[in-house]
Every structure is written in C-alpha cells, then in structure tokens.
Design a protein around this ligand. Sequence first.
Ligand SMILES: C[S@@+](CC[C@H](N)C(=O)[O-])C[C@H]1O[C@@H](n2cnc3c(N)ncnc32)[C@H](O)[C@@H]1O
Length: 256
Amino acid sequence: MEQSSSHNELIVDQFTKQAIPFANMLAHSDEYALKLLFALSEANKKDIVLDVACGPGLLACEFAKMTAQVTGIDLTPAMIEQAKLLQQEKGLNNITWDLGDVTYLPYNDASFSLVITRYSFHHLIDPSSVLSEMKRVCINGGKIAIVDVTPSDDKVDAYNYVEKLRDPSHVRALPFAELQSMMERVGLVNQKVGFYRLDVELEKILQASFPKSQDVNKIRQLFAEDVNNNTLGVGSYYKENMIHFVFPVTIIVGQK
Ligand SMILES: C[S@@+](CC[C@H](N)C(=O)[O-])C[C@H]1O[C@@H](n2cnc3c(N)ncnc32)[C@H](O)[C@@H]1O
C-alpha cells in the first residue's frame, strides 16, 4: 500500500509536468498507429468505451468520433484538464472524464464493450491486476486492447534502465511474450496482434520528460552508445546530427 502511494506521487509529479508537452507531441497522434488500433479493436458506433489511464485524452477523443460513448480515467489532474480542453476543441459531447487510480476501477461489472489502454502498463506496479479489472468492467464478448512498448527479451533490462532514468515513474516495459501470456492468464481469448514503430528525436523526447538533472547527460551518452550497436533495442541513429530512436510498440486485443 505504502509502495503504491509513493509510486502514485511519482506518477502525478511526472505527468503534471508532462501533461502539456505530452498532449502536443505529434508522435502520440500518429495516424497509422491509430488506424491499426481501430482496425484490431473493431471499434464501432455501438461501442461503450473505457480509456484506462487516458492521459490528455488523445485516444479517447479519437474513439469518441466513431463510438457511442467514451469514459476516460486518469490519476493526474493536469492530464484530465488537458483532456477536457481537447474535447472542447474537437466539439465532442459523448465523453466523460474521471479522476482516479486505475488499480481499482470505479465502475460496475460489465459496464463497457471496449476497454483500451495505451502507454500505461509500463507505469503500473501490478499491470496484471489492472488487466483483471479491465476484464471485470467489460461485457462478455467485449474487447480489451493494450498498447505499449515491448522491447525484445534480450534488450529489456537495458531499455528499462534508460527509461527509468528518463522518466522516474517508469516501472517496467514488458516483452511481447509476457504481455501475451498475461492476457491468456486473465482469460482473454481470440487474441489479435499488431506492431508499429514510433520514430522520435531524443532531444524532443527529453524536452517533454523530466529526469533528474544529473541524469540527462548519462541518458544522452547511453543513446549515443546505442547508435550502431542497438544495446537498448531501439535502433538509435543520427539524422542531421540529432539522435533519433524507435519505440517498438505492440497492440494486443483480447476478447472476454
Ligand atoms: C504515458 S501517459 C499515456 C496517456 C494516454 N494513455 C495516451 O496514450 O495518450 C501515462 C498516463 O498514465 C497515467 N497513470 C499512471 N498510473 C496510473 C494509475 N495507477 N491510475 C491512473 N492513471 C495512471 C498517468 O497519469 C499518465 O497520464
């Protein structure tokens, strides 16, 4: 309990600072990635959607355009503020926002037909229990979609090390096989899987992150060392003298 409340403080601290830069980062609205998620989750006009750890509402607003109703829940008040602004800007009237911890979802069993979460599992101390909660609030036959970075087995420790330096609220990214078996263990069936690669510039990511100041040069050094030898598993490379790298992302959809 103590561990989770101090972790939640880290989350709120980090994502209060990240709320505006995260909302404005183009990579988080990548069209190919969104289309792939819509296709795999088979989102449709009848769906009642829950976006777990919705952040600034980027996904929730996109799903609201093609489904009946969307609820977004997040722990960080600054993220929910950004989400409300985005909803207003887009003129969407079928979304509600809740402030809360997704460890225990404050919804009745079988309240949603599609439950999604993006880029959140690596921030959770117990992603498997959150997945069980996502299943609980989903109707029988409904879909559950997880989108997250999945480093390969042999690079995952190096990746988690540098990510924790960059974002101290990072807990652990899971390799694909672990995510897949987690879905199986909670009893989700008919899995559908897709992959995409998110290309980002290191300095832009650093501008939107809030590492400890003494760690910034260490992070730059680790990415510079990654160029040519791919120890972090993110294929770092130079483009116009700037370091870029690629997050390997998995979409996995299961059915209750
Ligand atoms: C990297 S952001 C992703 C935001 C959004 N899902 C997206 O893809 O655009 C991670 C979000 O998870 C939220 N979060 C982390 N742990 C949480 C928890 N236990 N309960 C609710 N939200 C949480 C943070 O506040 C943050 O907004």
